[in-house]
Write a protein that binds this ligand. Structure first.
Ligand SMILES: [Zn+2]
Ligand SMILES: [Zn+2]
Ligand SMILES: [Zn+2]
Length: 251
């Protein structure tokens, strides 16, 4: 499996519109790894391509990465930074299966064109869906609204993607997932002081307990540290990676 971190910013993205903070100014001026689109993630193997969340930038992402085949789209929850670009698929040339909970599927207007181009499927907690050779299992995570994280499994490889998750407490089920995962992804907009989302300090606390799992931090906000500063700060924790737009992890 190949994991593509196509957007690694929080709901505002960086630079954030209307913001003149030093980090946004630098991102505007220099771009590079300090510039982050709203969050999107793609899992690929030789035959299948799965899109996880569809922010407003999804069209640009698909064009930039030359993606012409999509096997399925999964939506984690109804927050607009995760689903605001779904209407881009009104124009996709073939019908795509779209999976999400009732809260997300019932929350955006399914236009006639979108309905014709997408097959909508309701996800249920811990009920797996097969996409080619990749098994995708949703699991409920605590957030402001009903939210599913996803486990992607192919052969013996496992990726656990929490999407937006509040706090750093893990349920017993989540602990087992993290322990057996090759890669675990958390959304940490802030370095510390996260409320509706885990923060970087929370990820560090978890990563220390599971040294054989690699952790990736994504959904990073303009209040967090600059990319290089964040990388330096977590350097002592060798199993944590700070993502950036365009980063690819191969398993
Ligand atoms: Zn979000
Ligand atoms: Zn800013
Ligand atoms: Zn959210």
């Amino acid at each position: 499996m190949e994991l593509m971190f196509t957007g690694t910013g929080d709901g505002r993205g960086i630079p954030s519109i209307g913001c003149k903070c030093e980090r946004c100014k630098l991102a505007r001026k220099e771009g590079g790894k300090n510039r982050r689109r709203t969050v999107s993630f793609i899992v690929k193997n030789q035959t299948d391509t799965i899109i996880f969340d569809s922010p407003s930038s999804i069209g640009v992402v698909l064009n930039e990465h030359r993606i012409f085949h999509i096997s399925a789209i999964f939506l984690s929850h109804k927050h607009f930074d995760h689903v605001g670009g779904i209407t881009a698929f009104e124009y996709w040339p073939v019908k795509i299966p779209v999976y999400g909970n009732m809260s997300v599927l019932g929350n955006f207007e399914i236009t006639d064109r979108l309905y014709e181009n997408c097959e909508f499927h309701v996800l249920h907690d811990r009920k797996s869906v097969k996409v080619g050779h990749i098994k995708v299992t949703p699991f409920q995570v605590s957030h402001k609204v009903p939210t599913f994280g996803l486990v992607f499994r192919e052969a013996e490889k496992r990726v656990v993607h929490f999407s937006d998750k509040a706090g750093s407490e893990l349920s017993d089920y989540e602990k087992r997932l993290v322990k057996t995962a090759d890669v675990t992804i958390f959304h940490a907009p802030r370095y510390e002081g996260g409320k509706d989302h885990i923060d970087v300090l929370g990820v560090i606390g978890i990563a220390k307990k599971y040294p054989s799992t690699r952790f990736v931090i994504s959904h990073i906000g303009h209040n967090n540290l600059l990319h290089d500063d964040l990388v330096e700060k977590i350097a002592p924790f060798e199993n944590i990676i700070v993502s950036y737009d365009g980063m690819v992890v191969k398993l």
